[in-house]
Design a protein around this ligand. Structure first.
Ligand code: PBG
Length: 343
C-alpha cells in the first residue's frame, strides 16, 4: 500500500499501526486497568461537603429550581446528615431559613442566643460529634433587604459596621460548638477581624473557611429563592468580585491567607476553574469550590428534559473541579455523587 496518501476508495483497507508515530498517548488509555493506573485525579465522598438548610417551619419546603433540596426542620436535617454519613460524607455546611416576619434591617434573628443557628448547631453536634460542621456566616438570610450586611440610608452595604454584625453571628455559632465558620459576605478585613474576635473569646480552636472569591454571579438565583433572600433593590456588585477579573480574585485569596483563613473557597465552581487552578499555584492552603445552586439547576433541568445524562454530567463537573485543584467541593448533589461513587 502506498502510505503517502491513500485514496478514499482505499480507506477501508488501511491497517492500524501503519504510520511511524512514535509518541502514542492512546496506549495509556487502552484498557480500564491501564487507565486506572495513570488516573491523576480522584473524587471520594470525603471530598464532598453536604449543604443543609434548616428552618423552624414544621413541614419540609421545596422550590422548583432546586430539585431534591429542601428547607428542613432540625429533626429532618439530622436524618439527612445520618444518611450522608452512611455514604461516607464527613462534612456539612449549614444554612438557616427564617420566615419574612422574622427578617429586619439588621438581621436580628442571626444574633439570638436561642436562635435557629445555635440551636441547629447544638442538635447536630450532639448527635454527630465527629461531623465537621461548617456554618455559613452572612446576613442575607436574615435581612429584609436581602443584602449580606448592614446598609446605609442610600442602600449601600457598609463594610466596617457589618464586621461587628458578623462577629455577633460568628460567636453564636462558636458558642454552640461549630467547627468552622464560613463568612460568605465579601466584606474587607473580615477574616482578621473575626479571627481576633474568636480568639479573644476563647474560640481559637474554631476554624475559618473563607469565601475568598465570590464572584457576582447570576448562578445564585435558586439559592436565593430557597432562602427568600433575593435582594429587594440593586445587586451585589459593590462587594462581590467582578467575574471578568482574575488578578483581583487572586488578590482576595492572598489577603484572606494573610488574615489567617484556614481554608479558602472559590465560587461558582465550574465558571472559575482558571481561578481555582491559579490559586492552587499561589497558596499552600486547602482550597474548596462551591458548585452553586445555578450550576446544579442547569444540570438537573437539562437531565429532566432528557437532553443529557444528569449523573454523568454531574460527575464530569465534579471531576473537573477536582482536576482544577480543589481539595473539596460543596455540592447539593453530595449524597447522589457519594452513592454513584459507591456503585
Ligand atoms: C449568601 C450566600 C449565597 C450563596 C451562598 N451564601 C448567595 C449570595 O451571595 O447572594 C450562594 C450559594 C448557591 O447559589 O448555591 N451569603
Amino acid at each position: 500500500m502506498d502510505h503517502t496518501f491513500p485514496s478514499v476508495a482505499e480507506l477501508s483497507m488501511l491497517e492500524e499501526g501503519m504510520l511511524p508515530i512514535v509518541r502514542r498517548p492512546r496506549r495509556n488509555r487502552a484498557t480500564s486497568s491501564w487507565r486506572a493506573l495513570v488516573q491523576e485525579t480522584d473524587l471520594l465522598p470525603r471530598h464532598l461537603i453536604y449543604p443543609v438548610f434548616v428552618t423552624d417551619e414544621k413541614k419540609k419546603q421545596a422550590i422548583p429550581s432546586l430539585r431534591g433540596v429542601y428547607r428542613l426542620p432540625i429533626a429532618a436535617v439530622l436524618k439527612e446528615i445520618d444518611e450522608a454519613i452512611s455514604l461516607g460524607i464527613t462534612s456539612v455546611n449549614l444554612f438557616c431559613y427564617v420566615p419574612k416576619e422574622e427578617k429586619d434591617a439588621i438581621g436580628s434573628a442571626a444574633y439570638r442566643e436561642d436562635g435557629l443557628l445555635p440551636r441547629a448547631i447544638r442538635a447536630i453536634k450532639e448527635r454527630f460529634p465527629d461531623v465537621l460542621l461548617i456554618a455559613d456566616i452572612a446576613l442575607d438570610p436574615f435581612t429584609d433587604h436581602g443584602f449580606d450586611g448592614l446598609i446605609d440610608a442610600a442602600g449601600g452595604v457598609m463594610n466596617d459596621p457589618t464586621l461587628f454584625a458578623l462577629a455577633h453571628m460568628s460567636l453564636r455559632a462558636a458558642e454552640a460548638g461549630v467547627d468552622l465558620i464560613s463568612p460568605s459576605d465579601m466584606m474587607d478585613g473580615r477574616i482578621a477581624f473575626l479571627r481576633s474576635i474568636l480568639d479573644s473569646h476563647h474560640f481559637s480552636h474554631v476554624g475559618i473557611l473563607s469565601y475568598a472569591v465570590k464572584f457576582a454571579s447570576s448562578l445564585y438565583a435558586p439559592f436565593r429563592d430557597l432562602l427568600g433572600s433575593t435582594v429587594r433593590k440593586g445587586n451585589k456588585k459593590s462587594f462581590q468580585v467582578n467575574p471578568l477579573n482574575a488578578r483581583e480574585a487572586l488578590l482576595e485569596c492572598a489577603i484572606d491567607e494573610q488574615e489567617a483563613a484556614d481554608m479558602i473557597l472559590i465560587k461558582p465552581a465550574l465558571s472559575s476553574l482558571d481561578i481555582i487552578s491559579r490559586a492552587r499555584a499561589h497558596t499552600l492552603l486547602p482550597i474548596g469550590a462551591y458548585q452553586v445552586s445555578g450550576e446544579y439547576a442547569m444540570i438537573e433541568a437539562a437531565a429532566e428534559k432528557g437532553w443529557l445524562d444528569g449523573e454523568k454530567v454531574l460527575m464530569e463537573s465534579l471531576h473537573a473541579i477536582r482536576r482544577a485543584g480543589a481539595d473539596f467541593i460543596i455540592t447539593y448533589a453530595a449524597k447522589r455523587a457519594a452513592r454513584l461513587l459507591q456503585e
